[in-house]
Design a protein around this ligand. Sequence first.
Ligand SMILES: Cc1cc2nc3c(=O)[nH]c(=O)nc-3n(C[C@H](O)[C@H](O)[C@H](O)COP(=O)(O)O)c2cc1C
Length: 355
Amino acid sequence: MLQSLSIPIIQAPMAGGASTPLLALAVSRAGGLGFLAGGYKTAEEMRGEILTMYQQTQSPFGINLFVLSNDVVDLKKVNDYREKIQKEADRFGIRLEEPLADDDEWEAKLTVITELRVPVVSFTFGCPSFEVINKLKQNGSYIIVTVTSPEEALIAKESGADALSVQGIEAGGHRGTFLHNHLHSQEEDAPLLVLLGLISKVVDLPLIAAGGIMHGKDIVSALTAGACAAQLGTAFLRCPESGAHPVHKAALTNPHFTSTAITHAFTGRRARGLVNRFMLEYNDTAPYAYPHVHHVTKNLRKAAGQANDPECMSLWAGLGYQSAQELPVEELVHLLMKQVRENESNELNTQLLNP
Ligand SMILES: Cc1cc2nc3c(=O)[nH]c(=O)nc-3n(C[C@H](O)[C@H](O)[C@H](O)COP(=O)(O)O)c2cc1C
């Protein structure tokens, strides 16, 4: 499946608005693999987007789902946190939502994906059972599981994944770790190239490199380190086809934001985004409780977006965000592939000089 792509570029699924069918279509048309994000949507909204893809392209495309665990969380801690951050919501005249544990419509979404035989299905935050993966494979889907460690890679392989999306610490958005909420604070993360090396030693599946890939030379480095394709998220955020919130797009070039960090203040699960006031003020007190904290802060983030206030929004972005360009997808993909060709020949020259 991955070998059949004419270029080794996969557009990362980005829940929360960025991954529109428009974006996925443009990437698939440019020869890469476009992805829809199933997370946070209803199963029926997801169905609509998948049907749009089928109507507009013959090319393969993917859909991504969250694998949520039934963790027991300390609700008192979540409620204390909710009370503490209510003052932020007061500024927008809104009430924060109650903590909620949902499964993001897991069964309903699996039914839609099975019915519509989506060509590529990827999972994050965990690995589905062998039975679930096997059923989707029998139905014709190609299965990718996001992993952040060699241990997770082994679990995904045993569960029948066709390929792994290897997510380095540089990556924007949520960490895809399988960890339960209470273990997140002990997590260790490796940079992408190190992780590719570690994982290629223990599994022989096709590896997709994700995290901080912004330039063709990064793609060449990932392929040289053993990946067969590169998955880019942040690089596509500023494209006109991206549905990222305009305030989020603008923040990526706002000199006021000077770095990214990993925080669980917005959702209760670790994610990398631009450092803003909310992150700085609340990261230390936020509980690790996903998706409870996500639901508590949802209205606040939405209201902040409507009020054009980037300080209370989750501005997910990878370490390389300063290189994100405002280019139509087709131009961006052509540019990346031109850079790949230039850097492949540099790589070859280096090999010739140092045989
Ligand atoms: C705004 C945003 C939203 C994301 N949402 C998802 C998602 O819904 N599912 C998923 O598997 N990964 C998601 N990711 C992570 C990407 O799949 C990928 O690992 C990451 O974008 C790679 O790093 P980069 O952003 O530096 O390219 C998201 C990333 C960003 C930036």
